[in-house]
Design a protein around this ligand. Sequence first.
Ligand code: AMP
Length: 111
Amino acid sequence: MSDCIFCRIAAGEIPADKVYEDERFVAFRDIAPKAKVHLLLIPRRHIESLEVLETADEALAGAMLRLLPRLAREAGLEEGFRTIINTGPGGGQEVPHLHCHLLGGEDLPGF
Ligand code: AMP
């Protein structure tokens, strides 16, 4: 059994509030939301972070990006949304399984 929490969510081994899944991706609500809508989109396959993406992963990465506006629309974020990918400890990545935060539904603080 994997000890990666996001692998285990993707496999259905631990519960999550899933909003989308297909053969390559799963999206679920962040357990500690930083905005009214806060989703996490992950690939099912364990990829630690952006740092280890390879040329062979380009189609997967592109599909992941293209999924985000669809998830945002389905979450009612008609006015727009924010996406964040934290990478490595210096980027604040806490879970070492590639994931994209999708946030919106309220005024978000400026950067
Ligand atoms: P990051 O700091 O970019 O690695 O973000 C990890 C995110 O995963 C945080 O926003 C956590 O709140 C979220 N998280 C951790 N465990 C779970 C879980 N079991 N279900 C949903 N979200 C989680």
